[in-house]
Design a protein around this ligand. Sequence first.
Ligand code: ADP
Ligand code: 5GP
Length: 206
Amino acid sequence: MPRGICMIVSAPSGGGKSTLIREMLQRFDNLRHSISYTTRTPRLDEGDKNDYHFIDEAAFLQMQAADEFLEWAEVHGRLYGTSRNDLDTLLAHGYDVIMDIDIQGAMQAKEQLADAVYVFVMPPSMEILEQRLRDRRSETLAALERRLSNALQEIPWYDRYDYVVINDDLETAIDRLRSILIAEHLSTKRRAVHEQAMLCMKETKR
Ligand code: ADP
Ligand code: 5GP
């Protein structure tokens, strides 16, 4: 079975990663979300094992010491990490996997997952980003300020990614992200494309 494609998505907080990933999961049957581990507390609408595995710092540090994380980072004062084993199991089963990780994590992943696709989701402007974060009402004022000031440090990293998706109109942004995954499956970088070509040539010889 061909291994799935891993799509790594980063954006400043409020950029629209969770929204876009949710929409992608509804549109691709073969796509799964890699569920990260975090020490942050769940938001009102979040449940364990759906959005994140919510664990305490001691459990996180234990996983870290056992080298269970493909990548991990401290983001906005909390720890977040991706289980190497969880990701590998999904890819080996042929699922495409979409991961929402911050820039530090994406740069660590790049060293180990050369064939992953790296996508930066860009807000249309800082004003709109701030408005979306405020409207989400998920953060205290201090946490919101921290996320906005982090955004200014994060946005300049966009050119380390393969693609940039501007999240202005939601449907258009979803189409952009969908197009990337579809195109990646057709790329000559992918083994499945070569296997298909071999099959076709074999049939021609008969
Ligand atoms: P992130 O996961 O990157 O922190 P979210 O997906 O939670 O961001 O999006 C932040 C807020 O902006 C959410 O309330 C979401 O509903 C809203 N949002 C996301 N994309 C758009 C869009 N294109 N247009 C309008 N609102 C959006
Ligand atoms: P939030 O707390 O808003 O869900 O996420 C905060 C930040 O943590 C986002 O930038 C998100 O991409 C990042 N993040 C979520 N999961 C992971 C992970 O497993 N690893 C890393 N490095 N960052 C993550």
